[in-house]
Design a protein around this ligand. Sequence first.
Ligand SMILES: Nc1ncnc2c1ncn2[C@@H]1O[C@H](COP(=O)(O)OP(=O)(O)O)[C@@H](O)[C@H]1O
Ligand SMILES: O=P(O)(O)OC[C@H](O)CO
Length: 495
Amino acid sequence: MKSFILSIDQGTTSSRAILFNRDSEIVFAAQREFTQHYPQPGWVEHDAEEIWQSVQAVVASALEGAGVRPDQIAAIGITNQRETTVVWDKQTGKPVYRAIVWQSRQTAPICERLKEQGWQKSIQEKTGLLIDPYFSATKIAWMLDEVPGVRERAEHGELLLGTIDTWLIWKLTGGRVHVTDYSNASRTMLFDIRRLQWDEQLLELLRIPESMLPQVRPSSCVYGMTDRALFGEEIAIAGAAGDQQAALFGQACFEKGMAKNTYGTGCFMLMNTGDQAVSSKHGLLTTIAWGVGDRVEYALEGSIFVAGSAVQWLRDGLRMIEHAAESEALAAGVESTDGVYVVPALVGLGTPYWDSEVRGAVFGLTRGTTKEHFIRATLEALAYQTKDVLAVMEEDAGIALNGLRVDGGAVRNSFLMQFQSDMLDVPVDRPVINETTALGAAYLAGLAVGYWADQNDIAAQWKVDRTFVPQMDDAKRRTLYDGWKKAVHAARAFK
Ligand SMILES: Nc1ncnc2c1ncn2[C@@H]1O[C@H](COP(=O)(O)OP(=O)(O)O)[C@@H](O)[C@H]1O
Ligand SMILES: O=P(O)(O)OC[C@H](O)CO
């Protein structure tokens, strides 16, 4: 039996390769950042070739660092920044343009046009998504329409498209396999999440030739073998999922009603809704969680744009702290925020407000306000935003949460986690392994090749590091949260 699973986590700012053993322990992790391109205000692009090079480099470092040979790897799992899209030439393997990143707003005019034409309802019914430049569909349309020669080449069947999972699998297999998984397909705004197929009407609407599209497969299955030239060995690529869905899997949220929240740059909260694709009335996204075997499961997703990045802003913009970790002791050093609220709407607000015009605001300042109050109010804002999302999620799903599993860089902050539990009035579970995204991809790959027996085997491996239990009384919780609601309302009025 081979000893390790190699997980490739291709994120927005860095690529990571992590080797896991059968006890879900990290054997070795390697990470490399790559270039962010901002060709115009609001545009974000990546060089897909540089991404591929960064992935090769971290895989090589992980194998070398761990002293592991390729023949000791049972399978590779891939997880990726979602929605980011690449179009490339089938013959040469060269991208026709840089990858357009999920954050990029260059397709806002296309989205406005689709909204004006009345497509919102039908697009939400088919894809579970809202019309927004965030998703892949309009990024593809933009490349076809704006990059000279691309439409013609696409119509001649010379070009392929894909999200980052697709690009990496294509590269890893030496250009032999063009696939994606259900979870990534469900972020394109081209995939019918109930019929489980590309939607002909949306392809026609955006004039995207079908020949460019990858085949959609389950998230746990052998997509192909790596090109022998890469590792001198063929290794099965056996798992793929978008990073937030992979984190849900890595947190073993397998039962309907289980949820996780990832506190990174932003926050992404996902709740497993089982085999039901629940439609949201409050700005949540309905998305495919994963396909394992012949079963597809769904999730509701809420997006908070600014979370850990608010702490970065305290550090780099306001220079109130030198390291993110200092925020914890400073916040805990005061009894309360003394009535201060920070609304960190630095790039607008996501779920449930979807207000791209609102900007950050601070309320309740007095002569007595200190840096500590300000820092505490910023951290508390992460917890309030999460409560905003959870409130609509519980309503849309008709499920009351009885615990939240957390991960991501900011969960190291125990003050924040305790306040989160107090605000939600549910226990918050921080697991031993914080790299749940990579772990989820490893699990998906491991399941496909029999490295782990089944999901029960995996669920039994999930271990809690610390559970934060609610300690705040109801009246205080209500008063604090009412203040937050008022602050958001006032911030939105200032436009
Ligand atoms: N102790 C801490 N308290 C609060 N925020 C933190 C702490 N440590 C890290 N962060 C925040 O977590 C984020 C990094 O988390 P990570 O999961 O690596 O994010 P991403 O994957 O989005 O790059 C940063 O925005 C950082 O400010
Ligand atoms: O790369 P991350 O961790 O910032 O995640 C990006 C999300 O997948 C975008 O939808």
